[in-house]
Unconditional design. Structure first.
Length: 131
């Protein structure tokens, strides 16, 4: 017995098209290696910041610059939330390496998240804030 596709339910008719930009592009093996190499450098630098207690976007940006990532291929910003006020402490960040690889994640008092993947369908590493 084969599984049937799920019916669309209450989704609007263009839901898939409207959200296609969120699908991440696939990485080539070379980009995957570049991303994983960068992630191995990023994690300890951000862990040092977290342990020192300075997890501001400015501190994260400076740490990434200190690793040699150019300013036009990386960034950090505060968490944004409409559900929690004030937003949580810490920062979200990205580093672009290779052709299209993205190292993304966050630095919070509880820990450091580091992920490697492709950019969104629009070519960005971080999804834009919405809602």
């Amino acid at each position: 017995m084969s599984a049937r596709p799920m019916p669309p339910g209450d989704m609007p008719p263009n839901y898939g098209d409207n959200n296609a930009w969120k699908r991440r592009l696939e990485l080539t093996p070379a980009d995957r290696r570049a991303g994983e190499d960068a992630a191995r450098r990023v994690r300890p630098a951000l862990e040092r910041l977290r342990k020192a207690g300075d997890i501001s976007p400015e501190a994260v940006r400076k740490a990434l610059e200190g690793l040699g990532f150019p300013g036009d291929r990386m960034g950090a910003q505060p968490f944004r939330s409409v559900l929690v006020s004030p937003p949580p402490a810490g920062a979200v960040y990205y580093v672009r390496v290779g052709e299209i690889a993205c190292v993304t994640g966050s630095v919070r008092p509880e820990g450091v998240l580091v992920e490697v993947g492709g950019p969104t369908g629009e070519g960005t590493c971080l999804e834009p804030f919405s809602h």
